[in-house]
Write a protein that binds this ligand. Structure first.
Ligand code: HEM
Ligand SMILES: N[C@@H](CC(=O)c1ccccc1NC=O)C(=O)O
Length: 278
């Protein structure tokens, strides 16, 4: 249990009677920094639908932030061999992921012509520049220098992505966890390199599934996570197809055609590779 923070409201005698105290009472608005949050929607057109487009993306970025926070904790718990908390954290991440995938329904209420009415005002900005999405991919295990093209050298965003690519990924933490659980894994992976399918690890995973205990539960939740990311990509590309058809993207790619190529690349290839042996 952590000790409760002393109250800082006007009723608190230590502050209420202190004339030098300039601290305003904490309120709903100040605690949640709503003045900042609610003044951060700045449409570039007078089109009705642009606010929805901004709000949806802002909500995404807040959830990405929360997912990154949870994944850092997940890695810590896995590396401590703590199955119950790793399971709970993964469940939370999966629930958030379901929420953000579902949120696409809201944006799909915007018609192509409504989007076209302000699309030009987006100029060359695009989802390619979502640093938190790239960080999320890197935390999960993606190692791909091409993403850096959209982040200026020396920028904080680029540093964060590069940093995530230099650290152990969620999958590396899972492998570490399997070692703690007593599975004999010898070869140490260079965590800065892409995750390649490993026959040695696949043999171990078959045993994990046979044993059908905590590690098998975690493995299944990681498959859920991988599938959830692929589900997001699928829903995103369908939204793109119905909203801009075959138009090229504002970020300079071939649009839907480019996105379709990213659809079936799993984050954790070994967890998929073993499934025909189970
Ligand atoms: C009408 C809605 C949307 C359209 C038409 C759209 C369109 C596109 C297009 C065409 C690309 C390819 C990059 C380019 O050349 O511009 C892209 C990439 C991307 N978009 Fe969207 N997008 C939409 C909504 C969203 C939302 C709500 C998110 C949530 C954060 C999002 C996140 C991303 C990300 C992360 C990428 C990079 C994907 C990758 O490279 O794998 N997009 N989007
Ligand atoms: N790439 C989209 C524009 C777009 O969707 C977008 C633009 C700015 C900020 C976020 C965006 N969302 C995802 O790509 C397009 O080509 O229409």
């Amino acid at each position: 249990m952590t000790a409760e923070k002393p109250p800082t409201t006007a009723q608190d005698p230590t502050t209420a009677q202190d004339p030098s105290s300039t601290q305003a009472a904490l309120t709903y608005t100040s605690y949640l920094a709503l003045d900042e949050v609610l003044s951060a929607q700045r449409p570039r057109s007078d089109e009705h639908d642009e606010i929805l487009f901004i709000v949806i993306h802002q909500v995404y970025e807040l959830w990405f932030k929360q997912i990154l926070h949870e994944l850092a904790y997940l890695q810590e718990r896995l590396e401590a061999g703590d199955t119950p908390h790793a399971v709970r954290t993964l469940r939370r991440v999966l629930t958030i992921l379901k929420t953000v995938v579902h949120q696409i329904d809201v944006l799909e209420t915007m018609t192509p012509s409504q989007f076209t009415s302000f699309r030009a005002r987006l100029e060359a900005s695009s989802g390619f520049q979502s640093a938190q999405f790239r960080e999320l991919e890197a935390v999960l295990g993606r190692r791909d220098e091409r993403v850096f093209k959209h982040y200026p050298e020396g920028s904080a965003a680029r540093e964060r992505i590069a940093n995530a690519m230099s650290r152990a990924s969620v999958f590396d933490s899972f492998v570490w966890y399997l070692m703690i659980e007593g599975y004999p894994l010898s070869t140490k992976r260079d965590v800065t390199q892409p995750l390649e399918p490993s026959p040695e690890l696949q043999q171990i995973l078959l045993r994990v599934y046979q044993d059908d205990a905590g590690p098998a539960n975690i493995a299944e939740l990681l498959v859920d996570l991988d599938e959830g990311i692929q589900e997001w990509r699928y829903r995103h590309v369908k939204m793109v197809e119905r909203t801009i058809g075959a138009k090229v993207g504002t970020g300079g790619s071939a649009g839907a055609e480019y996105l379709r190529k990213t659809l079936f690349t799993p984050m954790f290839p070994d967890l998929w590779a073993v499934r025909s042996e189970l």
